[in-house]
Design a protein around this ligand. Structure first.
Ligand code: GTP
Ligand code: MG
Length: 205
């Protein structure tokens, strides 16, 4: 693991744009924001805890559908993070499912400080139609996207390579950066931090 120190802070939970926080650095600048998206149970909240080197700052669960609203965090006086609710979990109540699309849409369309989207996919699964639809829609927003292949510890080395190729090839978006992540193996953190910083720099130019 990177020995870079991490100071992460929970800011707030919100559903509607009017309740989104303005997250500033100590010097008063609005922090560039990174959003974490992906299907339910893919490992969004776990990845944030690992990035933050925190045990339970971000709520995770073995029950999918844990995160139902947007949760905002700040990291090292440098980056804001939004942990977004997952999609695709059958047992989530119908009313909640209906909220998901509009909630994602209003966040992704209105959040001016949003610079980078982390699109998480389980390394063991080929992206399905829902994943494709979300990716197409994100690509249309012209934000930087990083594919994060999660649960890298669940496959062996040759599967890692084969599955990564298969998944990345499912998407037509040009210049799609990707990184393999594993929380228990503490893999991917340093690379992902570097990739996010580079994307933020590019977006701010
Ligand atoms: P929702 O909030 O329901 O959308 O899910 P989420 O995407 O936030 O997933 P969460 O982080 O809650 O993790 C779901 C499950 O996957 C938990 O049981 C985690 O412990 C497990 N998990 C997350 N990351 C990894 C990983 O890198 N390796 C393994 N083996 N398990 C992981
Ligand atoms: Mg979650």
């Amino acid at each position: 693991m990177s020995n870079e120190t991490a100071h992460a802070k929970f800011i707030t939970t919100a559903l509607l744009p009017k309740d989104y926080p303005t997250i500033r650095s100590k010097s008063g600048k609005i922090l560039p924001e990174v959003a974490v998206v992906g299907r339910s149970n893919v490992g969004k909240s776990s990845l944030l805890n690992h990035l933050f080197q925190a045990k339970n700052l971000v709520k995770t669960s073995s029950t999918p559908g844990k995160t139902q609203a947007l949760n905002f965090f700040s990291f090292n006086d440098e980056i804001a993070f939004a942990d977004l609710p997952g999609y695709g979990y059958a047992k989530v109540p119908q009313a909640t499912k209906k909220q998901w699309g509009p909630m994602m849409r209003s966040y992704l369309e209105s959040r001016e400080s949003l610079k980078v989207i982390l699109f998480l996919l389980d390394i063991r699964r080929i992206p399905n139609e829902e994943d494709q639809k979300l990716m197409d829609w994100i690509a249309y927003q012209e934000k930087a996207v990083i594919l994060v292949l999660t649960k890298g510890d669940k496959v062996n080395q040759s599967e890692q390579k084969a599955n990564t190729d298969k998944i990345v090839n499912e998407f037509t978006a040009a210049n799609l950066h990707h990184v393999l992540y594993s929380v228990p193996k503490s893999r991917g953190r340093k690379e992902l931090l570097a990739m996010m910083r580079e994307a933020i720099r590019d977006e701010s130019q």
